[in-house]
Design a protein around this ligand. Structure first.
Ligand SMILES: Nc1ncnc2c1ncn2[C@@H]1O[C@H](COP(=O)(O)OP(=O)(O)OP(=O)(O)O)[C@@H](O)[C@H]1O
Length: 272
């Protein structure tokens, strides 16, 4: 098994660093339903880390624990070497964590550019009162925010639709706009909730390329959940496999592919 204790070098020569986030013995219940049972794993700096598993395995619940949206009944989330207390959503964003959602959560009536600009809101330093007193400072910040939004739009190759209302876009492009909005916050850790769900083959290839480019260009650490095995295996450095709320595998794509428990529980049967 790959020894990751001191960081490691990937097959394609990327250097993976220290632990950014560590899930320690996480258990999450909804009333009588145990969505996650005693799961531990870490995410390292610069890594593309996937969580896979069949429907209902607990993947979304886990992502929501990672993003701070759910607080587990047992266990701790460690972030940069310290236990992370329960946080408000904007505090999570200020810690450098951004996410996308399984069901697209964009402002449909607003343009692509305005949607991407909303990704900057959590990073704004000038409050409303200060904005009215120091107009110059607010204007400078607005200009900076716009520059970052435009840079992300260029990077994800959506310049041609920057003024288009999101409601007019096909599904695959909406997903890309959601990624753009998350990137506009300049996250250190990006959480992607089924980024390829509902996409055709071409859209999946595009999205995979952009995820790899984001990781490569900005050094962003990425954790994603998916149930499209093929995509995940090509994209990820390490994979956690969940089934019925439990962790049944954790390792490189090859290690996971050859894990008998994973084969039995997940790969051996058809999943949509
Ligand atoms: N808010 C909630 N209230 C009650 N039960 C929930 C809630 N969210 C998830 N669950 C239950 O927890 C379990 C894990 O669900 P979760 O959505 O995390 O799985 P998943 O692996 O993301 O599934 P999918 O691939 O279908 O999205 C399921 O049994 C689900 O019904």
């Amino acid at each position: 098994m790959l020894d990751t204790s001191e960081g490691y070098t990937t097959a394609d020569g990327r250097k993976i660093g220290g632990v950014v986030m560590e899930m320690k013995n996480i258990t999450l219940r909804f009333g009588g339903v145990k969505a996650i049972t005693d799961i531990s794993f870490d995410i390292r700096e610069g890594e593309i880390r996937a969580i896979i598993g069949p429907n209902g395995a607990g993947k979304s619940s886990m992502l929501n624990v990672m993003s701070g949206f759910y607080v587990p009944q047992e266990g701790e989330v460690w972030f940069h070497g310290k236990p992370r207390p329960p946080l408000k959503p904007y505090e999570v964003a200020r810690q450098g964590i951004a996410r996308t959602f399984q069901n697209i959560a964009l402002f449909e009536g607003m343009s692509v550019l305005d949607n991407v600009m909303t990704g900057r809101l959590t990073q704004m330093k000038t409050g409303l009162l200060a904005q009215s007193i120091w107009k110059g400072r607010a204007e400078k910040e607005e200009t900076e925010n716009r520059e970052i939004a435009e840079k992300v739009i260029d990077f994800l190759e959506i310049q041609a639709i920057r003024k288009t209302p999101v409601s007019r876009l096909p599904y695959g492009l909406k997903k890309r706009v959601e990624l753009a909005r998350a990137l506009a916050a300049e996250p250190k850790l990006l959480l992607l909730d089924e980024p390829m769900a509902g996409m055709n083959v071409e859209e999946k290839e595009d999205m995979s390329r952009f995820i790899l480019d984001v990781n490569d260009e900005f050094g962003t650490t990425i954790a994603l959940i998916e149930h499209d095995m093929g995509v995940v295996m090509d994209l990820s450095d390490r994979v956690v496999v969940m089934d019925y709320g439990k962790k049944i595998g954790d390792g490189t794509p090859d290690e996971v592919r050859n894990n008998q428990e994973v084969i039995d529980a997940y790969l051996g049967v058809e999943h949509d």
